[in-house]
Design a protein around this ligand. Structure first.
Ligand code: XMP
Length: 317
């Protein structure tokens, strides 16, 4: 029967045979799947695995530095690439959600391609694709779901003529986590909430600029850190904040303010296909709301999203 340990042993053995002395390049995201896939390939071929982690300027606060650090700690041969400005340039004045995804996907491929070409004689592209990714990318969920192009399936360039290696493509998420545990990957990585490839880009409704990213990063950080501090993080399947494209009137001292509104979103789910909004404690919501309004300049109102999926989606774009 299937166990994580036997999966690791047989997969590493198979990867060694398949890859020999070839070089492999992988894009890592900080997420569970790409991390576990990379560690498996690294176990098989060591320094012949070249990992790339791109800062698209749409990551969570401090995420680029902290994820890069933990990858180095795991012994991976990883290069961090700061491409923030390229993404911001491509996103200037783009407001349509699918156009944003396309722009982000396009720049990502350009950056990745440029980096991959610096690796002499690289033959393989490693990917953290898991079994449900394959199912989802061929299923028809509805008009928007089909075109929410998932980053890790067929997203990377064919024209590089790289062969694809996907060691997790028979596994479900919970199995990937168990494999990760057996590989002694940091619990903080294995327990991480899902985070969309386009990142905060689809949580800033309307057009994107660095100042909006900064505001949302601060809000998101207070919310996520609060969930962790109150022991709520592991009860939530996914959480984040959305910067709304509206201003609202508020009051601060004697002054009338006219500033941004943010929505907090937290859901429980099994696989993201359906989801319920989380009944977070009122006291917690009250504290987070106060912290956000007191600490984040430019925000004067916090609302909580009480919509379930369907008919709403988890993301707002
Ligand atoms: P929705 O909003 O469709 O989200 O209910 C379901 C799950 O998918 C994630 N998501 C994405 N992931 N690229 C990704 O890599 C995307 O374009 C994308 N859109 C949504 C979302 O965060 C949730 O976990």
């Amino acid at each position: 029967s299937w166990t994580p340990d036997t999966f690791v042993d047989s997969t590493v053995k198979a990867l060694k045979e398949q890859l020999g002395n070839d070089k492999v390049v992988m894009a890592l995201s900080g997420g569970v799947d790409s991390s576990v896939a990379a560690i498996l390939v690294h176990k098989a071929i060591g320094e012949n695995l070249y990992c790339i982690f791109v800062d698209n300027g749409l990551l969570r606060k401090n995420e680029f530095e902290s994820v890069l650090e933990s990858y180095k700690h795991m012994g991976l041969n990883i290069k961090g690439v700061d491409a923030k400005d390229k993404f911001y340039d491509a996103l200037r004045d783009v407001t349509d959600p699918e156009q944003k995804r396309k722009a982000i996907g396009r720049v990502f491929i350009e950056v990745f391609d440029e980096e991959a070409h610096k690796i002499k004689d690289v033959k393989w592209l490693g990917q953290g694709t898991i079994y449900p990714d394959i199912i989802e990318s061929v299923s028809v969920k509805g008009p928007s779901a089909t075109i929410k192009s998932h980053h890790n399936v067929g997203g990377l360039p064919d024209y590089m003529h790289l062969k694809v290696v996907e060691p997790l493509n028979t596994l479900f998420k919970d199995e990937v986590r168990r494999v990760g545990t057996s590989l002694q990957i940091d619990a903080a990585i294995l327990g991480r909430h899902p985070f969309p490839g386009p990142g905060l880009g689809i949580r800033i409704l309307g057009d994107i600029n660095p100042e909006k990213v900064r505001i949302l990063q601060e809000v998101d950080y207070i919310f996520i850190q609060g969930l962790k501090d109150h022991g709520l993080y592991d009860q939530v399947w996914q959480a984040g904040a959305i910067l709304l494209p509206v201003q609202s009137v508020g009051v601060m001292g004697d002054e009338r303010t006219y500033e941004n509104v943010v929505s907090l979103r937290a859901v429980t789910s099994l696989d993201g296909m359906t989801a319920d909004w989380c009944h977070l404690p009122y006291e917690f919501l009250a504290k987070i709301s106060n912290d956000i309004i007191n600490k984040v300049k430019g925000v004067n109102r916090v609302v909580y999203d009480i919509s379930s999926k369907p008919p709403a989606t988890i993301e707002w774009e």
